[in-house]
Write a protein that binds this ligand. Structure first.
Ligand SMILES: Nc1ncnc2c1ncn2[C@@H]1O[C@H](COP(=O)(O)OP(=O)(O)O)[C@@H](O)[C@H]1O
Ligand SMILES: [Mg+2]
Length: 274
C-alpha cells in the first residue's frame, strides 16, 4: 500500500489548468549568467500543477541550470521564479531569502530533485538515506520516518534492500533509492536531471519504469531533463526544446517529435537519432 500522498489518482490535465490553482512553477524574464556567459536568457516558462514536461536540448543549453535555479542551488541575476504563486527567488533585491527562513523552506520544500550522480550518503543504509531529510528537516519521529522510508523503498522495488549500503547496490538500485529519498519530502514538483546518464545500459530500464509509474500514480508536476527520447516522449504532456539558454520550441510530444517546426529542433532530433 502506498503512503497517503502517493495514493492519489493523477489529476485530469484540463481540470488542473481550468481551475484557479496557481501555476506549479513560473519563470518570469529570468536570466542567469556565469561570468561573461549568459546561460539562461530572459526565460519565460510556466509549469502547471500535475504537468509533465520533458526538457531536451544540446549539452550546455542551460537545462541543468533551470533545475538548479528551481532548487535554489543557483540564484537568477534577473527576473523572478515563483512556486505555487509564491516568490522562490529573484534577481536583484527580491530574493525569497529575505523572507523568514520557515516561509522560504516551505516554498522550497515543494520541490524535489534527482541528480545524474545519485549523491547518496555513503555511510548510511538505503533506509537511513530515505529517512534522513524527514527526520532532520521536517522533524519527523524516527518510527514514522522509518515506516515512510520502508513504504517508499517498496514503491521503487527495493523492499529487501533497506539495510544495504550504497556500495552494495547497483547503480540502478542506488538511483531508485535516490528517487525514494526525494519522494520522502513529499514534493509537489519533481525535477529529474539525466537520471540514467551515469548508469550501465542494462539497469536504465528499471529506473525509467519507476519514474513512468510515478507519473501515472501520483499528481506531482515533473520536469524531466533526458537524452532518452523515448522516455521524454512517454513521460511528457509537453516537450520543450531549448538551445543557448532560450526556449526554441514548446509543444506536445507529437508536435515536437513527429512534426517539429523549427529547423534547429529538427537538426537536434536528427542528430540524436543517429
Ligand atoms: N557554476 C557554474 N559556473 C560557470 N559556468 C557554469 C556553471 N554552471 C553551468 N555553467 C555553464 O553553463 C552552461 C550551461 O550549463 P547547463 O545548464 O549545465 O547545461 P545543460 O544541462 O543543458 O548541459 C555550460 O556551458 C556550463 O559550462
Ligand atoms: Mg545538464
Amino acid at each position: 500500500m502506498l503512503p497517503a500522498p502517493y495514493r492519489v489518482l493523477r489529476m485530469d490535465h484540463q481540470s488542473a489548468t481550468a481551475s484557479q490553482t496557481p501555476l506549479a512553477a513560473e519563470f518570469v524574464n529570468v536570466s542567469k549568467s556565469f561570468g561573461a556567459f549568459t546561460i539562461i536568457d530572459d526565460l519565460n516558462l510556466q509549469i502547471r500543477p500535475s504537468e509533465r514536461v520533458s526538457l531536451i536540448g544540446p549539452s550546455g543549453s542551460g537545462k541543468t541550470t533551470i533545475l538548479r535555479l528551481l532548487m535554489t542551488l543557483e540564484r537568477p541575476n534577473e527576473g523572478e521564479i515563483k512556486v505555487f504563486g509564491d516568490i522562490l527567488s529573484a534577481g536583484g533585491e527580491g530574493s525569497a531569502k529575505a523572507r523568514p527562513d520557515r516561509e522560504f523552506r516551505a516554498i522550497r520544500g515543494k520541490i524535489g530533485m534527482v541528480f545524474q550522480q545519485f549523491n547518496l550518503f555513503p555511510h548510511m543504509t538505503a533506509l537511513e538515506n530515505v529517512m534522513e531529510a524527514p527526520v532532520q528537516v521536517l522533524g519527523m519521529q524516527r518510527q514514522e520516518a522509518r515506516d515512510l522510508a520502508e513504504s517508499l523503498l517498496k514503491r521503487v522495488g527495493l523492499a529487501e534492500k533497506g539495510a544495504s549500503y550504497p556500495s552494495q547496490l547497483s547503480g540502478g538500485q542506488q538511483q531508485r533509492v535516490a528517487i525514494a529519498r526525494a519522494l520522502a519530502m513529499k514534493p509537489q514538483i519533481m525535477l529529474f536531471d539525466e537520471i540514467t546518464s551515469a548508469l550501465d545500459p542494462e539497469v536504465i530500464g528499471e529506473v525509467l519504469e519507476v519514474v513512468h509509474n510515478l507519473a501515472h500514480e501520483t499528481k506531482m508536476a515533473m520536469l524531466v531533463v533526458t537524452h532518452e527520447m523515448g522516455f521524454a516522449r512517454d513521460i511528457a504532456d509537453r516537450v520543450i526544446f531549448m538551445e543557448r539558454g532560450k526556449i526554441v520550441e514548446d509543444g506536445s510530444p507529437g508536435e515536437i517529435f513527429n512534426a517539429p517546426r523549427n529547423d534547429r529542433t529538427k537538426a537536434f532530433l536528427n542528430a540524436i537519432k543517429r
